[in-house]
Design a protein around this ligand. Structure first.
Ligand code: EPU
Length: 417
């Protein structure tokens, strides 16, 4: 199993280019199931989850040409299967994004239930409830969601809580439903907006994405399109934190600063100097980082996917930072590992209390999920001596090789087997 070996204490400077957003690429790929025509996607990040989603599509009958770097052309003329099997779903829960499109166009879907994961229970009841309201018959059997429908019917669906992939699944399903669907309390993430733009380019009628109410008028069919996936705001944020910890000057390029407001605000409040450009943000480490409380929230709030990275920063800030995780119940797996590196962090329910600054020392640590791994790599950058982050496959699910991007900035990081 690959590991990252980080020698801490190096200063970072230079430019880092942000990849396409994993969490926009995955629903974008699932949306290819909605049409028999060819869909071309550009700016796909070179990460494992994207490769997994392409395999899920191939399994369902898609012809995929992903030979061009960061591009894929997908055509699903007819379905070879209506099943997303356990073996694929267990490696990537976002496979559940095929449920809505499959059911809407093919009338049948059998998708393995993803089950819990390291960060929380993560049920998909809200996806299922919505599809049932649109006329689907859904049973849970043998660990699978088995869904059938004639043509789905538009419906008014009010989400009791915000769900990103739930909103995306129902938005996709609704594009082929008969009549109008209104999704209230919808997720407002930029990735939802990106998907809506792609669906519109495919001929769907979608209004209001980016607000909490999305209206979709169903069509009998939609067609092919070309779409460029937006930049990954979480990858961007991760390198901003690296710069805030150890940067002489790190410029994060191609990152859409308008989607990073909550992260930028949090960093500013911690005393991090930022230069915000049209498509880039430059950052350097201040002489002193200041503690600042944090509360994760659905967009436009501070993203839960940037919580572990912020905790790494808070270990180096003067004072006490209280970090509340409101989205996922178990998303503090990185904390125990950071404590082994010398951090002073106490967990109280869904809150982590971080007292800093503490001198971190390199250790062997274990990655448990994607963003926890990123937090540990960041901690390694400022730890004294060598940190070895094990189970880097978690990191590779959602980040283009971090060692390459960090080395280009002057860090000492290598991948070992
Ligand atoms: N929830 C339910 N029932 C549902 C759906 C969600 O109770 O049917 C709960 C969840 O358990 C959670 C909350 O609602 O407590 C929000 O979950 P959400 O559905 O929004 O999460 P998701 O769609 O499964 C996406 C991202 C995650 C990101 C979250 C929150 C993708 C592919 N995944 O997950 O990304 O953390 O939104 O922003 O878009 C990551 O990239 O590392 C990652 C985990």
């Amino acid at each position: 199993m690959d590991k990252l070996r980080i020698t801490g204490g190096r200063r970072l400077s230079g430019r880092v280019e942000v990849a396409g957003a994993k969490n926009a690429a995955l629903p974008g790929l699932a949306a290819c199931l909605l049409t028999g025509e060819t869909v071309e996607l550009a700016n796909l990040p070179k990460v494992r989850d994207v490769r997994t989603m392409l395999r899920v599509l191939e399994q369902l009958g898609a012809r995929v040409d992903a030979s061009g770097g960061g591009r894929a052309s997908v055509r699903v003329e007819r379905f070879a299967s209506h099943e997303a099997p356990y073996d694929l779903v267990k490696t990537m829960r976002a496979s559940v994004l095929v449920l809505g499109p499959l059911l809407a166009r093919h009338g049948r879907a059998r998708v393995s239930l993803p089950g819990g994961c390291a960060i929380g229970e993560r049920p998909i009841n809200l996806h299922i409830d919505g599809l049932v309201r649109m006329g689907a018959e859904v049973r849970i059997e043998h660990g699978y969601v088995e869904a059938r429908a004639g043509r789905l019917r538009g419906a008014s669906i009010a989400f009791p809580e915000k769900t990103v992939t739930g909103t995306e699944n129902l938005m996709m399903a609704a594009t082929l439903a008969e009549g109008t669907t209104v999704l209230s309390n919808a997720a407002q993430e930029p990735e939802v907006v990106d998907l809506a733009e792609m669906l519109i380019a495919m001929g769907a009628s979608v209004h209001g994405a980016g607000t909490d109410e999305i209206l979709i008028e169903g069509r009998s069919a939609i067609g092919g399109a070309r779409h460029r996936v937006i930049a990954d705001r979480i990858e961007a944020g991760t390198y901003l934190v690296a710069g805030a910890l150890a940067g002489d000057r790190v410029e994060v390029r191609g990152c859409g600063p308008e989607y990073l407001e909550a992260v930028l605000e949090q960093l500013r409040g911690a005393g991090v100097p930022l230069e915000v450009g049209a498509e880039s943000v430059a950052v350097s480490a201040p002489r002193e980082l200041r503690a600042r409380d944090l509360r994760t929230a659905p967009y436009p709030g501070y993203p839960t996917d940037m919580q572990a990275q912020y905790i790494a920063l808070a270990t180096q800030a003067s004072g006490t930072s209280v970090v509340a995780e409101t989205i996922f119940e178990h998303r503090f797996m990185h904390v125990g590992e950071m404590v082994r590196m010398g951090a002073d962090i106490r967990i109280e329910g869904r809150t982590a209390v971080v007292v800093g600054p503490r001198r971190l020392t390199g250790a062997q640590v274990m990655a448990t999920d994607l963003r926890a791994s990123a937090g540990l790599v960041l901690a390694g950058l400022v730890a004294e001596g060598v940190t070895v982050v094990d189970r880097v496959y978690h990191l590779d699910r959602g980040y283009e090789p971090m060692e390459a991007k960090l080395v280009a900035l002057g860090a000492e990081v290598e991948r070992i087997r």
